[in-house]
Ligand binder design. Sequence first.
Ligand code: GTP
Length: 244
Amino acid sequence: MSALDTTSTPPLPIDARSLQLESALQLLQQAGALLPEAEPYSQVWLQGVLDALCDLSSKDALTGLSNRRSFEMALAREVDRVARSGEPALLLMLDIDHFKAVNDTYGHSAGDLVIQAVARAISQTVRPMDTVARVGGEEFAIILPNCPHSYGATVAERLRERVADQRLEVSPGQQLQVTVSLGGAFAPQWVRSSPLLWIERADRQLYRAKAEGRNRACLEPHVDSLVSAEERGMLFAVTQQDSE
Ligand SMILES: Nc1nc2c(ncn2[C@@H]2O[C@H](COP(=O)(O)OP(=O)(O)OP(=O)(O)O)[C@@H](O)[C@H]2O)c(=O)[nH]1
């Protein structure tokens, strides 16, 4: 039985009022999270508090996007899915160009506004099924499941253009334009690869985009999977047995 298996143990009756929830509630309040509307300390209310805490711990505070931890979990799930389904999935790493100069010239608050605007632009450009995360100060990652190879360069270019076309008001009457560089790599299909390796491959393309002058997208050249249809069937049967 795993530590998370709750099916074989009878639930313990808990008086929620005996739990020390002050810090958790304060944290949620500070973050502006909506507290559950149910009767305080009822089971439904307690579940609502736990759900709100989970939500908070998976989000980046500045942008509301997924944070690095949540991104890494989503990426591991995607690696698993690609290994089973063989569907093409793209990982894009995106970094704001010369962002230090934005901070140095306009101040940290203006820098924060720029990060938020870039986050919005990315979210509005991709599909709801895609995961958009802020994985570093001015670095974002986008996981695009079920993304055809022929579409990779188009989506990366659309993101680049969307940000470059934005006029950002960093203070009254003061507008600013920023650009981004992107690097992308597709997950190897029908093979259980490592999320870390996938990130490294996309990152390498991002460095290339920076080195080649920024404000551009570089994708790793695609190599067709060498796994035959018969091997795919065998691989799929094995992974199915593994999970049973
Ligand atoms: N405003 C703001 N700045 C941040 C945040 N996190 C990191 N930074 C700043 O982001 C800047 C990143 O600068 P660099 O890594 O030198 O990159 P860059 O200037 O964008 O240069 P290139 O990536 O090479 O184009 C640093 O000045 C950090 O202080 C944040 O949350 N808000």
